[in-house]
Design a protein. Structure first.
Length: 157
């Protein structure tokens, strides 16, 4: 009985240690809303890799938006520092080239970062993000550029 109790205690300690170790690198998040359709659905659970070493255009990230009470959002990286981004005629343009390769549902409504941020291009250490469901997404068109410090991590697809 004593041996089983000790083994149970050791097993529990190992499990707790493993969970705490993994929590440093990964987080589970729930998708809230339709802004990432068709890639993710409402209430779908996703794994977020914290502190990714590299982020690139097209990656999906989890981020905090300080101006919105630090609400967590899941969005796709569209613009990198130095990029100019806009949409016209339902088409997304990055650096004046039409882009159709990112998952989306329907045409991209007309926008310009100048309208939402007051700047023509993405500043250093910032990103421009959009939801895949561009017609029903709160994203950089609403809350502006994303600071690297506000990124929680990269969402696994």
């Amino acid at each position: 009985m004593k041996k089983q109790l000790i083994l149970g205690g050791v097993s529990l300690a190992v499990v707790i240690s493993l969970v705490l170790s993994l929590a440093q690198f990964f987080e589970i998040a729930s998708v809230d809303g339709q802004s990432m359709k068709p890639t993710f659905r409402n209430n779908e659970m996703v794994v977020v890799m914290k502190n990714p070493t590299r982020l690139k255009r097209g990656d999906v990230i989890a981020l905090q938006v300080p101006s919105m009470a630090d609400k967590t959002f899941i969005k796709r990286i569209i613009g990198l520092p130095g990029d100019t981004i806009y949409a016209s005629g339902g088409v997304l343009y990055i650096n004046d080239k039409p882009i159709e390769c990112f998952d989306k549902q329907g045409p991209t409504p007309k926008f310009s970062p100048l309208t939402s941020t007051g700047q023509n291009s993405v500043p250093d250490k910032k990103l421009f993000v959009l939801g895949d469901n561009r017609q029903k997404s709160t994203d950089s068109r609403t809350f502006g550029f994303v600071d690297y410090n506000d990124i929680i991590g990269k969402v696994g697809l």
